[in-house]
Design a protein around this ligand. Sequence first.
Ligand SMILES: [Fe+2]
Length: 335
Amino acid sequence: MAEPAIKTEEPATRTQTTLDRSWNEICELGLQKHVAELDAYGYTIVPPEIANPNNLAERLLDKCLDIAERRNGERPDLENGSTHVNLEGTEVGMRYVGHTYHPHGPLGDVFHSLLLEDEVFQEALMNPVRLALVTHLLGYNAVMSSMGCWMKGSGSTTLALHADNSLPSPLPPHAIGCQTTYWLTDYTRENGSTAVVPGSHKWCRQPHGEEKIVPEKPGDRGNQQAIPLEGKAGSLLIHHSNLWHGAYNRTAPGVRVSLTNYMLRHFMRTTENYIDKIPQEVLDRHPPRFAILTQQGVKVGGSNPEETEHRVETAEKYLAAYAKEIGEGYRPVEQ
Ligand SMILES: [Fe+2]
């Protein structure tokens, strides 16, 4: 492993904290530039040569196409997009009802709950580069909220700018969540890429009125500070939960495919529930952090004393194993 570019003080001079551990992981993986971008702009794009070990994105794409074919009864036409033109969202795939009112849906076909569909999705969750940046934003006890695939064909509707933070304004300045998105096909403006307002994570509020509109082209009505995020398939986009983001409509033929893995601080309600739902053999295949990421360390009470006791005992077992993995020499700090 490469020597860290910036080292923290040696343990002999002071007690090392989990913050030191997180920073050292970032240095060992060479991610300092991406941390600086996250803090300055609210987002960063990690290129495929760093974010895509062992052709992870290609394998995710293959599996997503298989699942789409199985769930929808037809294999997506990635090249020409015939299966996804002006798609409003299907009953099978697009279940987020609040997003389906657009006549030419800006999201396309969306299917969630992928974690247990195949080991490749668990690999995406555990990607060390992704985890190092998630830890920087959310700390070591972050949990996953959802994992979904988005397949968007050409259409006329942009996705309005918003922050993925469902709290009332003012939003807290620190991230309570972060979106991580594997780009499984190339992202360009014509391909319907993500739109962001750089630096908006510092404003600590949702956009209002015209601020929410993604202009279809420069000079059109809408937020003039919105820009398209572009990059090659295999890139990984990570952004702060306060960042204003949306999407351009796809004007080129074909289908834009991405895999999102939304992460939250451990006290937030998640979209998908994995508490006590991960098969033991899956937990056994992974290091202790996997159990924490998949919510096994969350002490949500049951509806009777026995359930509550079981949950607290189980959570403490996984938290203790994880504390051992992190290292007992580290002093926990609030991150
Ligand atoms: Fe969002």
